[in-house]
Design a binder for this molecule. Structure first.
Ligand SMILES: O=c1ccn([C@@H]2O[C@H](COP(=O)(O)O)[C@@H](O)[C@H]2O)c(=O)[nH]1
Length: 242
């Protein structure tokens, strides 16, 4: 049944939408979170806000009962990743990203041991297509093939979830099995601008393809009415969710 502001959807449906707080200051992020109100239950903090006080703001949101995805995309020598993840685990976030390189993923799994933090492996950024991979120095390989290889490595290492484009969500599900999270940025409601995203999918198709969580930033936080934009996506998720 379609949902409206009057009948806020069950919490688990709203949790499938992760709203990217890609904003320049904590003040602006706090204002957007306030406008979205109870339509938003899960927020992502990445480079822009993270380097502008966003980690303390993450703790504030957690204390208010919101879930937090720290999209820090860690990638460094193993010891640095392991200790960095150990520090992040103390913040109480739900998800943390690392790049899907085997050394990095193994270090992240070691660093989160004993905590509730879930590690997501970023396979191939959704702003990349096959040509971008060649430009970055990879032998010609379709992005989908590299996503599949990295998803299999992430599974074998014990990573909790995969970040990929929703174009690859169905094939990733076949690789990683039924339990792991499949978190898909590059989501664009029909008619909205792709911007720098190249592997783009609508919210409904992403859910149909098997994504567990959709990441949406600009189409919500830059919207004239961020709450209405978030609700429209939650409604689309609810209309196709099995
Ligand atoms: O492959 C990836 C991994 C992460 N992201 C992040 O998701 C959001 C998407 O923002 P939009 O404004 O909805 O395009 C952004 O914070 C990225 O850093 C991604 O897009 N692709």
């Amino acid at each position: 049944m379609p949902l409206s502001s009057e009948s806020i959807p069950a919490r688990d449906i709203r949790d499938r939408l992760i709203i990217g707080l890609d904003l320049p200051s904590v003040e602006e992020a706090r204002a957007v979170v306030k406008r979205i109100g109870d339509a938003g239950t899960f927020y992502k903090i990445g480079y822009q806000l993270g380097y502008a006080g966003g980690l303390s703001f993450a703790e504030e949101l957690i204390a208010e009962g919101k879930k937090i995805f720290l999209d820090l995309k860690l990638h460094d020598i193993g010891n640095t990743v392991e200790e960095g993840v150990r520090s992040v685990a103390r913040l109480g976030a739900t998800f943390l990203t690392v790049h899907a390189y085997p050394q990095t993923m193994r270090a992240a799994v070691a660093g989160k041991a004993g905590s509730k933090l879930k590690i997501l492996a970023v396979t191939v950024l959704t702003s990349y297509d096959d040509k971008d991979l060649v430009e970055a120095g990879y032998a010609p390989v379709p992005a989908a093939e590299l996503v599949a290889k990295r998803a299999a490595q992430a599974r074998d290492i014990g990573i909790d979830g995969i970040v990929c484009a929703a174009t690859e969500a169905a094939s990733v599900r076949a690789i990683v099995g039924p339990e792991r999270f499949i978190v898909t940025p590059g989501i664009r409601p029909a008619g909205s601008e792709a911007g720098d995203q190249k592997r783009v999918v609508t919210p409904g198709d992403a859910i149909r393809n098997g994504a567990t969580h959709l990441v949406v930033a600009r189409p919500i936080v830059k919207a004239a009415d961020p709450r209405a934009a978030a609700e429209a996506i939650v409604n689309e998720i609810a209309s196709v969710q099995s």
